[in-house]
Design a protein around this ligand. Sequence first.
Ligand code: ARG
Length: 465
Amino acid sequence: MNNGDNSKGLPLWHGRLNVSSADVLRNLNSSIGFDIRLYKEDITASKAHAKMLKTIGVYNESELSAVLDGLEKVKEEIESGSINILPADEDIHTLVERRLTEITPAGAKLHTGRSRNDQVATDLRLWTRRICSEIITELISLQEALLTKAKSLEGIMMPGYTHLQQAQPVPVAHHLLAHGWAISRDVQRLFESRNRTNVSVLGAGALAGSSLPLDSHAVADDLNFKSLFNNSLDAVSDRDFVVDVLSAIALLGVHLSRIGEEIILWSSSEFNFVELDDAYATGSSMMPQKKNPDIAELARGKSGRLIGNLTGLLASLKGTPLTYNKDLQEDKEALFDSVDTILNLLPAISGMLLTMTFNSERTNELATSPFMVTTDIAEWLVLNGVPFREAHALVAGLVQEALTTGTELSELVATHELLGDEPKKLFENATIANSKKTHGAGSLKQLKEQVTVFEQNIANNRSLL
Ligand code: ARG
């Protein structure tokens, strides 16, 4: 008969089974290799649970203090690497409990009213809540890098593109801040994900709660959770918060990939818009002249695995009936990988953007290409009573003529009966940079307002951290 003695190194749940696990099962089932990362959260949550057990009379004062000290000791052993992980310690929860019980017999009461099902969900929520803040901090630094760069390029213009064809001139700062706004939405999404993560689920037990008078409210408060679960079945089977964060990171990855793609183009000799700082570029092992934008390429490449982690977990979740199923263990590697990847990437991208030099002479020159003024010419005609469709056709005709005859477009404008010297002024640099007058538009004047709002956005993000 099983008397609770575990000196044979069997798993904590061995009581029901007659033989020890096959090695292949252990290898497959074990998550300690990756969920050891949750040790701090596991110990924090265990302390909160133990304190609550004392208030309902499961622990007396001295048992509680032995458990709290014991948990501290386990933490130190994990941190110093002195802990001995046995094959039967299949995950962080069983490792901590097994070692605690060796340190103090009171450890044997710790799992009262608790299951690894509510425990793992609690640990992962604590971990995810913390990590959301870490990612947000890096994102704010990226916003700041974009802002600093934008401000340092005040007054510099570049061609704006659609279909990667030169379209209309825009301030470089406007272009950089466009990426900054995408990042600000990533920040927002991570705040929202953090909110949905910030729910206490300890007390849900294995799936149906407990017949003991557990005080889940006290545990939630102790762990600083914002709210408490409403349904024990949902509490142990919900991994939406992981999907939320993976999804926020996947979209963030897509944004970084788009930034990366532009840096790759811009640093090519064909574009020649930017030169990367030597510390943020690589060389070629064979071709001595090469300077490669590896960070930008890795941002583009790694977005693939960030998307993969999201879709992988969604696929793992979709067939699982309520409540806990071992499939749920697949949440952690996906989450850890996405978090590690993004935390690796973000400072590299910020550093690359901050240190690159802009070839403003070239971008300014391209921005004054006469063909990019054509929309403004058509709009000038509109202001003078010509219906837009007719104005568009008229200017398109002049573009064709300029291309076929080699005449300067500005000359054709100056000599056209419906146009003349006034619209010809639209080709002048100073006019080009300020022609757009609408809200949020790409002109130097409008940009000032945008920079102020962007600064407020950063300050607001900081204050919410
Ligand atoms: N290692 C497990 C996981 O990550 C912990 C929960 C195990 N629960 C269980 N009933 N087997 O999901």
